[in-house]
Design a binder for this molecule. Structure first.
Ligand SMILES: Nc1ncnc2c1ncn2[C@@H]1O[C@H](COP(=O)(O)OP(=O)(O)OP(=O)(O)O)[C@@H](O)[C@H]1O
Ligand SMILES: [Mg+2]
Length: 317
């Protein structure tokens, strides 16, 4: 079992920032983006640990050129090791460690609640400048719970109606899931359960409707949930962009989320559609390492700058 052996670099502001990368639709580029953001941050001297929580289809290691995994999340889930840190493997990139996703898909894809909570607890205790968590497709409770590791996870969408539709559904489901875990009030919980069904008979269609319904039951709780909405600021990346209209999808989604959900997405940037991407995946080499001047690499560099700036701002003021 390898010890990560990360060299100690200067922390930019103290604390570990968790970036979970999700978005609903399969194949939108979540793992590609997670891997390349991780490499990009590590190349700038940050200590980065990546965790592949795609429990049914782990493949983040392939994006980083690591083959056949020796130790995986499975060893942690099955308690063959006590701490998730013990299954971090070194990558060829200094400062970048990876927890390879579980391979025992039959058991790992459907972990028991206590197993999931243990994974979440250990991820929250990882020590690095950034912990990047790659999520599976869909919006199952498992995926949502990993996304909710932080209030500002990264949502990846491609400029296609199906992907956009899934992303809206994902944001809404994540938000409802978050509210449900915060609420003990049985009647309010019932309202939230009801709201999860889009065609519910109470006519709750958006998070704002939901908060109004909760406020009706308990004013204080309604106001608390409203504050939670304000703190919930997922970041948005539009991937596989070909036109200016594609870039604008991010702005449209941002205003629609604010208007209908009262959720203030942070649009951190877009990534160009680039043939170099699939070629790098074929070669099992991170794009930003192999082709730092490719269109998509330059987009990732810009997004990396924004993420770092945000952390500096968060900690310095
Ligand atoms: N910007 C891009 N330009 C061109 N191709 C891309 C781009 N981003 C992703 N792809 C292609 O999409 C494929 C799927 O990407 P990836 O595996 O990262 O998706 P995913 O969202 O993680 O999928 P899953 O939900 O199945 O885990 C990549 O192998 C790559 O070929
Ligand atoms: Mg993936």
């Amino acid at each position: 079992m390898l010890n990560i052996g990360l060299s100690h670099s200067t922390r930019i502001g103290g604390g570990t920032q968790i970036l979970a990368v999700g978005g609903g639709k399969g194949g939108s580029g979540k793992s590609f983006i997670a891997a390349n953001l991780g490499v990009s941050l590590a190349k700038r001297g940050h200590r980065v640990i990546m965790v592949d929580t795609d429990l049914g289809g782990a493949n983040l290691h392939t994006f980083l050129g690591l083959s056949p995994p020796q130790f995986t999340l499975d060893d942690f889930i099955k308690k063959r090791v006590d701490n998730i840190r013990s299954v971090i493997v070194n990558t060829e990139i200094p400062n970048l460690g990876l927890v390879i996703g579980a391979r025992d898909i039959l058991n790992a894809a459907n972990p028991k609640v206590h197993q999931k909570l243990r994974i979440i607890r250990h991820i929250k205790n990882l020590d690095g400048d950034y912990v990047i968590v790659d999520l599976g497709a869909g919006n199952s409770f498992n995926v949502l719970d990993f996304f909710l590791l932080s209030d500002d996870g990264i949502l990846v969408v491609t400029p296609e109606p199906t992907s956009i539709e899934n992303a809206y559904r994902f944001i809404k489901s994540a938000f409802y899931r978050k509210l449900r875990t915060l609420t003990c009030h049985p009647e309010a919980r019932q309202v939230i359960e009801t709201a999860m069904n889009q065609r519910n008979e109470r006519g709750i269609r958006t998070p704002l409707d939901l908060i109004e319904a909760v406020e009706f039951i308990d004013g204080g709780l309604g106001r608390m949930l409203m504050r939670e909405v304000e703190g919930f600021r997922p970041r948005l990346i539009v991937n596989q962009v070909r036109t200016k209209e594609d870039v604008d999808v991010g702005f449209t989604m941002k205003s629609a989320c604010l208007r209908f959900f009262a959720i203030n997405l942070s649009y951190v940037g877009y990534i160009a559609y680039d043939n170099e991407v699939w070629q790098s995946v074929q070669r099992k080499r991170p794009l930003v390492l192999e082709r730092p001047y490719a269109k998509a690499s330059r987009c990732i560099a810009e997004i990396t700058n924004k993420l770092m700036k945000k952390q500096q701002l968060t900690f310095n003021f």
